[in-house]
Design a protein around this ligand. Sequence first.
Ligand code: SAM
Length: 242
Amino acid sequence: MKYPLSEKYSAPALMKKIMGPNPLKLEEELLTNHRIPAGSLVCDLGSGQGLTSVFLAREYGFTVYAADLWSEPEDNRRFFAEMGLTDAQVLPVKADASDLPFAPETFDAVVSIDSYHYFGRDPAFLDEKILPFVKAGGYIYIAIPGMKKDCHDNLPPELLLSWTPEDLETMHDAAFWRSVISQSQGAEVLEVSEMISNEEVWADWLRQENPYAVGDRKSMNAGAGRYLNFVKIVLQKKPAKG
Ligand SMILES: C[S@@+](CC[C@H](N)C(=O)[O-])C[C@H]1O[C@@H](n2cnc3c(N)ncnc32)[C@H](O)[C@@H]1O
């Protein structure tokens, strides 16, 4: 596919902000023909250093809460200002997805790139920890690194050159995620599918001199990419009962 929006952000200074396979191209693919209404309040869940939040605000016109655990909100606020965005457009928030600091039904949508696999593998997580903060009828768009086919009982040696079995425990195939997500009582599953941007987003990441990207090259140069993919999940919160 073509990435006309992401390509505007290919400058090296911006690519330094990525924390894994190009999250903007993943976000652009994820949101192709999306259903989130214009002007929505969106939670970028696991926003990292904020590039995906800038993208949501500037390219889609959403008001964004950039919610993240490992990054520092003040660093992200400085970055947002450098990108010409105010707190009214993108607000950085220190937040743990398992204990979000928001009022009930705050968001029209949640968008999450390369993060949900860290915290969302328990089938109860979505209903208990995320859906309470989404308005009835609101959307959840997720893109996560996964496997073409789960192989945790017999991990190929190429994968173990860069990652431990514990690292790989977060990565699963589309069938695993479909089974996790379809246990939700509160959300309708609109789509679970493999994404097409896999090779493209990995190539952008492996070009970076970030030590994590350098570490990932061992596996990827040995051909580990043939076991990996990205999984797209789209959900809609059901209306309240009664
Ligand atoms: C690989 S980075 C992706 C960041 C960003 N979405 C991107 O694609 O550039 C994973 C992010 O998940 C976030 N994360 C992991 N566990 C989390 C949790 N329990 N609550 C909120 N964020 C979490 C980390 O803070 C980290 O920034």
